[in-house]
Design a protein around this ligand. Structure first.
Ligand SMILES: Nc1ncnc2c1ncn2[C@@H]1O[C@H](COP(=O)(O)OP(=O)(O)OP(=O)(O)O)[C@@H](O)[C@H]1O
Ligand SMILES: [Mg+2]
Length: 348
């Protein structure tokens, strides 16, 4: 089987204006500009097979959207080769559009003032969707998410969640081989996120569509992706099953702790300060625990520890002796904490 997406040593460089310092610098910048080359994607090679659902992850500015834009033909690579369904995306954008669907969480591809069903009719014309496929899809959408109730509503009158739902349905309408989603669940509430995940999962399964998903929400990843690719500063640092990642980090455990403090104090950076305190305290008590990460989440201070370096029981006993800690919660390793650790440089 041929891969749906094949990237070979792909680079993308942007020319960015070099800003000189101070008032004099700004004035100089007005007359003569100097440029720097910024390498947003660096030597990325990967193959994605038909029907796969892959999480394309990385911290802010890692180069995810840039990669997606190259795969969809919006941007041309500075080097290397990309093939999507055997074709070079930026060379024949009209033909390539037949093969791909896109969902960008921040904006809609639907016509703002029109009822959704009118947008769908336009898409039917643009993509020359056969009557039967079109009808089947609308019926399937209705059965899946009760989409029929939304068809006559104008996009501008929709909630963000309803709009995202329709955007996803639109992206799959012409039965493309691959759908790219750039942060599809951004800004949605918990129950809408769940609905969207179920929808994407059903569509992927029913249609065998390849799905490339970028997201900062590890709930999306847990619900949808068997395989994840992680890039950092443009360079690919991980490409494997999500399970392998969890095994690799199997020795890590998370402890959540809470200090006795009034609720209003949590807003005044008290939590941050306490987290630094916990960090110092752990360093002192467990000098061998080198890869400890202390972070703040909600009203909890979260400590990620490696059991190979420090025995969990010892930490728990220690916490129990600390009279200021009022609550504690022990957790299995989560994708969230694993990914955070990788973003913070924990793999090297
Ligand atoms: N058109 C452009 N011109 C110049 N620099 C750009 C351009 N587009 C992106 N960049 C730069 O390339 C790098 C990667 O950006 P990109 O949008 O791909 O990141 P991302 O992984 O999608 O991040 P986020 O999670 O914040 O969406 C950033 O440093 C960004 O500033
Ligand atoms: Mg992005």
């Amino acid at each position: 089987m041929e891969p749906m997406i094949k990237m070979t040593n792909v680079n993308k460089e942007f020319k960015v204006v070099k800003r000189r310092e101070g008032v004099r610098g700004s004035i100089l910048d007005l007359f003569s500009r100097e440029y720097d080359m910024l390498r947003a994607v660096n030597d990325v090679s990967l193959e994605i097979m038909p029907g796969e659902m892959v999480g394309y992850l990385g911290p802010n500015g890692a180069g995810k959207s840039t990669t997606i834009k190259m795969m969809t033909g919006i941007l041309e690579p500075s080097g290397g080769e990309i093939l999507v369904n055997g074709r070079i995306p930026y060379e024949n954008r009209t033909r390539n559009a037949q093969d791909i669907g896109v969902v960008f969480g921040q904006r809609t591809q639907l016509w703002w003032a029109l009822p959704v069903i009118e947008s769908f009719k336009i898409l039917k014309e643009i993509y020359q969707i056969p009557d039967k496929d079109y009808k089947d899809n609308l019926e399937y959408y209705d059965a899946l998410v009760g989409a029929g109730g939304l068809y006559h509503k104008a996009v501008r009158e929709m909630s963000l969640g309803q709009r995202t739902l329709c955007d996803i349905l639109a992206a799959f309408l012409h039965n493309p081989g691959v759908v790219f989603m750039d942060e599809p669940t951004i800004g949605l509430d918990v129950s809408m996120k769940t609905r969207i995940r179920q929808l994407v999962s059903s569509l992927n399964e029913k249609k065998g569509t390849t799905v490339i998903l970028t997201t900062h929400d590890m709930g999306d990843v847990d619900a949808l992706c068997k395989r994840i690719v992680i890039i950092d500063k443009g360079t690919m640092i991980y490409d494997n099953d999500i399970e392998c990642l969890q095994q690799y980090f199997g020795a890590y455990r998370t402890v959540k702790i809470q200090f006795s403090k009034a609720a209003e104090d949590f807003e005044n950076n008290v939590l941050e300060r306490q987290a630094r305190e916990v960090e110092m305290w752990l360093k002192e008590k467990f000098p061998r625990a080198k890869s400890t990460v202390v972070s703040v989440e909600d009203k909890w201070i979260q400590v990620l520890l490696n059991e190979e370096e420090v025995r969990m029981m010892k930490v728990i006993n220690c916490i129990q002796d600390n009279k200021r800690i009022v609550d504690m919660n022990l957790q299995e390793i989560t994708t969230e904490s694993v990914i955070r650790k990788i973003y913070e440089g924990g793999v090297a």
